[in-house]
Write a protein that binds this ligand. Sequence first.
Ligand code: RP5
Length: 163
Amino acid sequence: MNQLPFEKVTIVMGSQSDWPTMEMATKPLTDLGVPFATAVVSAHRTPQRMVEFATTAHERGTQVIIAGAGGSAHLPGMIAAMTPLPVIGVPVASKFMTGMDSLLSIVQMPKGVAVATQAVGASGAFNAGLMAAQMLSLTDPELQKRLIQWREQQSAGVPFEVE
Ligand code: RP5
């Protein structure tokens, strides 16, 4: 793929190896009918691609960026430094430090550059998609209705009885 994709929500990740985690972000977006695009953009291995992506995303129709990375996870913060768009960061669990390195790399931003950091791993990726939909719902009443229904269904799916 030579062309960077852009959608209302654009999900980027540092490596193809992040996809099993980051795929979870697509689930609530699909359920709620929010268009998204995905791409591998690495802060370390493809720095020029990252700069191109981050500096042009707001001009290409993206409204929220979800960025996932593991280990020395600079991607969400570097993108946040180059875009006016909200950036949701997902710490992907790493091989040797189980994601604590990813979490601290993403969450501990200096004042003045914000990343909305989620939990480590699949739950964090899922919630990143949900958070992106909630952000977009501020200006989309139909999406907000779907979100409320989605929440109601989630609550209805939790039984009282312990089996
Ligand atoms: C990070 O390095 C990626 O986000 C990934 O989580 C980690 C390992 O990448 P691979 O060596 O598996 O490509 O940049």
